[in-house]
Design a protein around this ligand. Sequence first.
Ligand SMILES: Cc1cc2nc3c(=O)[nH]c(=O)nc-3n(C[C@H](O)[C@H](O)[C@H](O)COP(=O)(O)OP(=O)(O)OC[C@H]3O[C@@H](n4cnc5c(N)ncnc54)[C@H](O)[C@@H]3O)c2cc1C
Length: 402
Amino acid sequence: MSSAYYLTKAGHKVTIFEQGDMKDGCSYGNAGMIVPSHLVPLAAPGMISKGIRWMFNSSSPFYVKPRLSGDLIKWGYHFYKSATKEHVAKSAPALKDISLLSKAMFKELSGELPFDFGYHERGLMMLYQTKETEHEEKETAALANAHGIEAHILSPEQVQRLEPDVKVSVRGGVYFPGDAHVTPQLFVTQLKKYLKDKGVVIKDQTSVTDFIVENGKVEVVKTAIGEYTFDEVVLATGSWSAPVAAKLNLYLPMQAGKGYSFTLQNVEKNVRIPSIFLEARVAITPMGNTLRFGGTMEITGVDHSISMNRVKGIVDSIPKYYPGMQVNMPKKEDVWHGLRPCSPDGMPYIGKMVNLKNVTIATGHSMMGLSLGPGTGKLVAEIISGEKLSIGIKAFDPERFQ
Ligand SMILES: Cc1cc2nc3c(=O)[nH]c(=O)nc-3n(C[C@H](O)[C@H](O)[C@H](O)COP(=O)(O)OP(=O)(O)OC[C@H]3O[C@@H](n4cnc5c(N)ncnc54)[C@H](O)[C@@H]3O)c2cc1C
């Protein structure tokens, strides 16, 4: 929808095909954080050993479901090759550029769209309880500061001063004042309505099933309701992208990284600043008088089952960091799940295909797809309009694994 927004603004006529109704996608119930602080991709040193340690714990925040799948084995191989210091050093400037672009776009959107989607600039607090995590997070803060992203190391008292209404129990924290947050379901539902009003054709419950490729371009898009011809095609199918890309002979390694969220209603004394419980990998975001908790990364393939054990892992972490907050287990039907589109190197896929001159890819944003949405949409519109790009996109080359 971000691509549709900027393409429409640039004067293009846009049709969106959506297999569901957009509420089933990953963008609807996530933690809503806009995170220029996140300069380290998922594929980073330490993740492999953590993943192996966590694999045998049914309430752990990170889990790779063992499967005899060629796609998973290849994805795991690329992840393993990418989990290096060199990869982090190379990726950080590119992630910073697209994050800052996207945050600037969100700020602009909050002024120009005729609806409120809960945009706030209150920063992000990364909270830790152990010496090991403190050491890791201080390294992340140093990396951020070195790249010009402001990060402050806080004592437990300084954390508490920023959170006057909720008791916080931590060893310390790192505060990133430049981060922001939104209420994602407000953004998705209202942007959809706005785009329709602006003339974008949105065909819900309509899967894209195949393409006819001729003369080096997509001539026909085949869908569940018929065949269509367009000048340009944007592939933005999230966790479902690998088989769609395969129809275009593009190898786009992707695994769905399932996560859960649930939201407390009518919270009287609410958290003020979005925070992450680092050891538990749980994200906490105040949205009006509600409070959302999100977490877990289960590499399970496209699988919509809900593991209440892992949801319990989220619930159990809450009183450890917020000792005054007792949260009951949510009912299964109140747990939202989303499938993060995870590339193996943690970098999005954005750009035109080399051999198919009318296909642009915009997917693979893993745990940062809400944050990077508007920036990606702006880049897609620039690519298709043949304009100068706002930032370099070499690091996001969709054909880097071909
Ligand atoms: C618990 C949790 C918390 C998160 N918190 C944050 C956060 O705080 N900040 C952040 O930046 N990110 C966060 N994320 C990640 C973020 O939600 C995703 O990166 C982002 O939503 C991906 O957006 P997308 O548009 O690529 O995919 P989606 O939103 O999944 O959209 C892809 C759409 O394509 C449709 N589709 C797929 N195949 C086809 C087809 N063949 N034909 C037609 N339609 C098709 C799908 O139905 C879907 O609606 C979180 C994720 C989770 C699970």
